[in-house]
Design a protein around this ligand. Sequence first.
Ligand code: ADP
Length: 378
Amino acid sequence: MPDVSLRSLSKSYPGARGAKHHALHDVEFTVPDGEFAAILGPSGCGKSTTLRIVAGLERTDTGSISIGGRDVTAVPSSERGLAMVFQNYALFPHLSVAENIVFGLKVRHLSKDERNTRLAEAAKQLRLEPYLDRRPGQLSGGQRQRVALGRALVSGAQLILMDEPLSNLDARLRAEMRTEIRELQQRLGLTVLYVTHDQVEAMTMADRVIVMRDGGVDQIASPEELYARPASAPVARFIGSPPMNLVEAARDGLDLVLGDGTRLDATELFAGHAAELPSELLVGIRPEDVLVGRAPADRTLGPALSIPAVPGRQELLGADRLVTYLVGGERVHVRVKASDPLPVVDTLRVPMHQVHLFDRATQHRIEPAPRETLAAIA
Ligand code: ADP
């Protein structure tokens, strides 16, 4: 039962001129048994350090790590019951695929029969049977990565840690391997902790995404929750392609005032919030939530925020078209169907329930009040 639990991890490295560089502070999360968890964040935010501490390749300064309910903080890596898959595959070039896969088992003195049984099983799972006699140099990038996965599988570990395993592959192969790794994890019931800076990988593969920033955890949520309710402006900026538009605005009575002085009637938007809103806001709008080209009289969509906008550049993305508008002096991306007529409008409309608000000072999400609260106030 290899659930993984991290409590209050922090880690510093010696920094410039004797100062400490805080790589991690108060990192806490739990990955339940059999789940696929992705640690997502920009380069340098502490993802690999966290993974290496779980692996036992690095010591934490404070806090604890437990795997399957056992405190492993002081347990050597080889006794933590986990396997690691690295970005660079870490294969021996002079050994065959088969020898690479069972190398660790040989070191652990497992019998030849046992090694062969495990090898056959992993080769079947990973469709590597035709390549067992080849050297890594004679394989494609995807096949090499599968060999690295094979080595993790034969180890018998139920917890697998992966550090950017797909970064060296081209886009098409990456997409294939995403599906393959996810299927394998589900079929074998593995617990996976997977480090990536690619939000698409995290969103498509994981049950749970742990978003990190500046050495701390920003949000832990399912991909659906992360998309629908990013807990902060930085998370909102990180998820989606293109990500959420965030427009600076000030609250003035029942109006939102944009950077260039444009006033929007926000009566209905503010009515959804029971508590007093801060005066400095970020208005979050997903490119796919904007309605263009619909008559303002269309009431079936419920109340919407109307935003004056100047259309600009267009970009064809295949099925969709990305149109850039100027809103309050800021660029706002809008995603429309490529087959729809070109949206030449001067007003964008966003259904109220799809408008996200963030406090500009704290960058935190401001949740609308639950309906019951609003009903009680009314
Ligand atoms: P990520 O994996 O998110 O790119 P890392 O965990 O590798 O980030 O690094 C987090 C921070 O810690 C970075 O600022 C990095 O420069 C620093 N760091 C990582 N490893 C070391 C080390 N061995 N010595 C000094 N600083 C390090």
